[in-house]
Design a protein around this ligand. Structure first.
Ligand code: SF4
Length: 457
């Protein structure tokens, strides 16, 4: 598996991994690949398919400009983005990678092709630069979900460095077989694989950092009121509901614990919708589920060693995400929301079971349940914004992950449907799904509710 846990969990910026993080990375990569830039006179970015249809709602336009200016998702300061872009647009000028200035005009240098898609994936973009002598260079990139990008013609596996690992796996059956032979748990095997790429100290520091960013994101979301950007006038609810939930009177029923889990997830997705700092898990649209279940684990399950448990949780969740990405997709534009919220639910369920000491069979069972009950779920965000249904959907996904984990832990690990089968079912279901249900905002909730008009952009 040519993927690392840090490919699945990337610190970035909202609101979308495929429509914000990926395009920002692609724009910057295009310029870096074509440096030096001191004789460049013009750069043009063209967005196609889902990137065009829901691009403004997903801040793809902002992301592309920031990437051309040299910003990265992990380092850009979310609170400075609007001012940075306003300055560039007012000056009619972009500084490529922070240095070479070129003219910039929307509609000329940033173009949305609403009725056109590129052949290899619904999230296509073309960048073209012109040099002083009139020579041009043009490249096509695809944002394939979870912040991953690939260049036109590039094999999917080439997007990540290939490293020989002790427990290579392309299916859950292979990973389980390694477990039987080695006597190791899934998080132990993932740890050994990661240690072929980096030292154990670097791995643990990276995992701890991911958890810290997730935890901070929940805390910030639970403390921030107001209205989300984008024109739908959606009110942030997590903070007010959290305040209400923090009183003793509001905690009198057993299911109030699940209400709090929903609020953790909604807090993250409100942060994401506001363009805040989030971790892709495995995408931004589904970024609330894993942090919510992790906080539930770390605080409510009262583990003896929460640091080790959180690390095992993340490693196990990453294994499930890798399988889904490799054998189906984690892109809403490719297979609908089953590939985002469904996959995140499966990752969280498996992570929870691993952290609570479940067997490899129970981990597989939890992940399989997590996906099975999201099969067929469409992606139909209203106004092309990652708000409705996405925010509440993460709350629901987190609660379902805990239920899936609980069901698996009460069993003995044997189950009827394998994880590999359910992932393949998800892939086929996504292939059969009409394009209007795949992050285009042309079907479902998106057309049954009055929306803001982004078409003019
Ligand atoms: S509906 Fe699901 S897949 Fe679509 S943008 Fe929202 S979270 Fe992502």
């Amino acid at each position: 598996m040519d993927m690392s846990v840090f490919d699945l969990f990337k610190i970035g910026i909202g609101p979308s991994s495929s429509h914000t993080v990926g395009p920002m990375v692609a724009a910057r990569r295009f310029l870096l690949d074509n440096a030096p830039l001191d004789d460049v006179t013009e750069v043009k970015a063209e967005l196609y398919g889902s990137l065009a249809l829901t691009g403004v709602g997903h801040a793809t336009d902002k992301a592309v400009l920031l990437g051309l200016m040299g910003e990265t998702p992990q380092d850009v300061v979310p609170t400075s983005v609007d001012a940075q872009l306003a300055d560039a647009e007012a000056a009619g000028q972009l500084k490529l990678l922070g240095a070479q200035a070129v003219q910039f005009k929307r509609g000329t240098h940033l173009v949305f092709h609403m009725a056109e898609s590129l052949p290899e994936h619904p999230n296509g973009m073309r960048f073209t630069l012109t040099r002083k002598d009139g020579a041009t260079v043009s490249k096509v990139y695809y944002s394939v979900g979870g912040g991953f990008i690939r260049e036109e013609g590039e094999a999917p596996a080439a997007a990540a460095a290939s490293v020989a690992v002790p427990y290579p796996f392309g299916t859950m059956a292979e990973l389980l077989a390694h477990g039987v032979r080695s006597g190791l748990t899934i998080p132990q095997m993932l740890r050994a694989n990661e240690c072929a790429r980096m030292s154990e100290d670097v791995l643990d520091a990276g995992l701890d950092k991911i958890w810290h960013v997730m935890r901070d994101c929940i805390a910030h979301g639970l403390d921030t009121a107001g209205q989300l950007p984008g024109g739908l006038n959606v009110k942030r609810r997590a903070a007010a509901l959290w305040k209400q939930a923090s009183t003793a009177a509001a905690n009198s029923l057993p299911h109030d614990a699940m209400h709090q889990v929903s609020l953790y997830a909604m807090a993250v997705n409100e942060e994401n919708a506001a363009g805040g700092r989030v971790v892709t898990a495995p995408t931004n649209g589904a970024a609330g589920i894993i942090p919510a279940v992790l906080r539930y684990y770390a605080e409510d399950c009262k583990p003896a060693d929460p640091v080790a448990g959180v690390r095992d949780f993340l490693l196990t969740a990453a294994a499930i995400g890798m399988l889904c990405k490799r054998n189906a997709s984690i892109s809403g534009a490719e297979i609908g929301c089953q590939g985002e919220v469904g996959v995140a639910c499966a990752m969280a369920a498996a992570g929870l079971v691993a952290a609570l000491g479940g067997s490899n069979g129970q981990i597989e069972n939890a992940a399989e349940i997590g996906i099975e009950h999201h099969l067929g779920m469409t992606c139909d965000p209203i106004g092309g914004l990652v708000q409705i249904p996405c925010i509440e959907r993460n709350g629901m996904g987190a609660v379902k992950a805990i239920t899936a984990g609980s069901l698996a832990l009460k069993g003995d690990g044997t189950h009827f449907v394998s994880l590999d089968d359910v992932i393949e079912t998800m892939r086929q279901t996504g292939a059969d799904m009409q394009a209007k249900y795949k992050e285009t905002s042309l079907g479902g909730l998106a057309i049954h509710v009055i929306t803001v008009n982004h078409a003019a952009c």
